[in-house]
Ligand binder design. Structure first.
Ligand code: DUC
Ligand code: ZN
Ligand code: ZN
Ligand code: ZN
Length: 485
């Protein structure tokens, strides 16, 4: 078997920084130590050797708002690899009346072209006995241990509290982790209708229709319901202080609640929506929308203190032409932005290079914490003997100006256009295959494999007391009490 050695670099993991070479055989790490040799040698002098990034939140070729997100599993995973991300987790969205397993079959078919490894979260978009039964098959046979709940997108993907609570309890039984898109969908629908009735139909009104309070309310509600169900909770795209505050409080009380800020919310703010160019603003329409600097500071502080756990992209890219479906109403602009290629270089530039995050914290929030929370550690997210050789040889001196002209994503713009980043992959390896070499793309279509994720053994012990209260309270009575006096 041919061996590859990464030589002369400094290994950076979530908890250690040390000089060593890495030897790879058959797609896995087989040795870590000094002076290793192999058939192929990759020079890592002056570089950091880190676990490849994991993006826990992407939407590739997703049917949404009357169209499909523009990057598919090939271009999306290629964009990821170009920026040092070696695994993505996509969302399987069953259509109305479609079974979970039928939807999963569709996602299996689409993902065959992936150039890097991937997994799925399953969305729960309604509730009935079939879904209850299928959840068990999804967890035990299909290797998917996370279920996503949309508290927004009323009339489409949104679930109500009764449905969500039922699903959370089912997750608790199965050892699965529920995820929530936390925005109060009823309030968003009502504010949207009011804004449109007042003639406020431009892309800036998208942000007015879903203020931080809408997210804070839903995050608090989801946390309470998760506690009542006795299940951990993962809050996707945490964008504001109100949501972060709810997560901090829950964690302080002892709940496993994980918050996921996006690189867009950390580095771009709401002023983008006041740009007079309609296209500029519409290209940045996503949910939740960009916030102001105070919210950004809160998110950075959460990453530093550990109250927020991971950084994702919610990569859901639409072309300008697709964004223009909403020329007469912001409510028809497909929600979503790209970011898969830029997450790691942007977080390094705005996080590590500014001193906000250590290199080890960078690895934790882009890879290792995600692998642990989603239960694929140490196969992924680790530089350890036996782990998959999903690695990035990171050159902290390599620079570029982000531009749509040179990106891998198939859309015609980039929300980070013009940003100078320092810190880029010299090599990205996906299970030992060198997919990126000094900026040259050597990805292989179909190389990516589905990664099974087994159920969790840890559950949250409910802090709420409702279960204890309900049963003992039942009082036997001998007759109907007399009324009146
Ligand atoms: N938000 C987006 O902006 N796009 C996809 C789905 C979502 O919740
Ligand atoms: Zn969402
Ligand atoms: Zn999303
Ligand atoms: Zn291969």
């Amino acid at each position: 078997m041919t061996t590859t050695v990464i030589k002369g670099g400094t290994i950076v993991t979530a908890d250690l920084t040390y000089k060593a070479d890495v030897r790879i055989e058959g797609g896995v790490i087989v040795e870590i130590g000094p002076d290793l040799s192999g058939d192929t040698v990759l020079d890592a002098t002056g570089c950091y050797v880190m676990p490849g990034g994991i993006d826990p939140h992407v939407h590739l070729e997703m049917p949404f708002m009357g169209t499909y997100s523009a990057d598919d599993f090939e271009s999306g995973t290629r964009a990821g690899l170009a920026g040092g991300t070696t695994m993505v987790v996509d969302f399987c969205l069953p259509g109305p009346d479609q079974s979970l397993l039928e939807a999963l079959q569709m996602w299996d078919n689409k993902s065959g072209r992936a150039t890097a490894d991937y997994s799925f979260h399953m969305a729960i978009t309604g509730w009935n006995e079939r879904i209850f039964d299928e959840m068990k098959t999804v967890v035990q046979d299909k290797g998917i241990n996370t279920f996503k709940h949309f508290m927004a997108y009323k009339g489409a993907l949104m679930v109500n509290d009764d449905e969500m609570f039922a699903s959370f309890q089912r997750c608790a039984e199965l050892g699965a982790l529920p995820l929530v898109h936390a925005e109060n969908g009823d309030v968003v629908a009502s504010m949207t209708a009011k804004l449109l009735a007042e003639g406020n139909n431009g892309p800036e009104a998208h942000a007015y229709s879903r203020p931080p309070e809408v997210e804070g309310e839903a995050t608090n509600r989801a946390i309470m319901l998760a506690d009542m169900a006795g299940v951990p909770l993962y809050v996707v795209h945490t964008s504001c202080e109100q949501a972060h505050e709810a997560i901090r409080r829950a964690r302080q009380k002892g709940m496993r609640v994980y918050g996921e800020p996006l690189i867009q919310h950390l580095t771009l703010d709401e002023s983008e929506y006041s740009n007079p160019d309609w296209d500029h603003a519409a290209r940045r329409v996503m949910s939740p929308p960009f916030r102001n600097k105070q919210h950004q500071d809160s998110l950075w502080a959460g990453l530093q203190s550990g109250s927020l756990s991971v950084v994702a992209t919610d990569h859901c890219a639409f072309t300008t032409e697709q964004k223009r479906f909403g020329l007469d109403s912001f409510a028809k602009i497909p929600n979503g932005t790209g970011g898969l290629e830029d997450r790691m270089p942007m977080l390094w530039t705005y996080g590590v290079a500014t001193g906000r995050l250590t290199m080890n914290e960078f690895v934790a929030v882009t890879s290792t914490n995600i692998a642990k929370i989603l239960n694929v550690y140490p196969k992924k997210g680790a530089v350890l003997v036996g782990a998959d050789a999903d690695l990035v040889v990171w050159d902290p001196k390599r620079t570029k100006t982000i531009s749509a002209k040179t990106q891998q994503s198939s859309i015609d713009y980039n929300v980070f256009e013009g940003k100078e980043v320092t810190g880029l992959p010299r090599y990205t390896l996906t299970r030992g295959h060198v997919a990126i070499e000094e900026g040259t793309i050597k990805t292989r279509e179909g190389h990516g494999k589905f990664v099974r994720r087994e159920p969790f053994t840890a559950v949250n012990k409910a802090l709420s007391t409702w279960k204890d209260l309900v049963a003992p309270r039942k009082v036997e009575r001998s007759g109907i009490p007399a009324t009146g006096v």
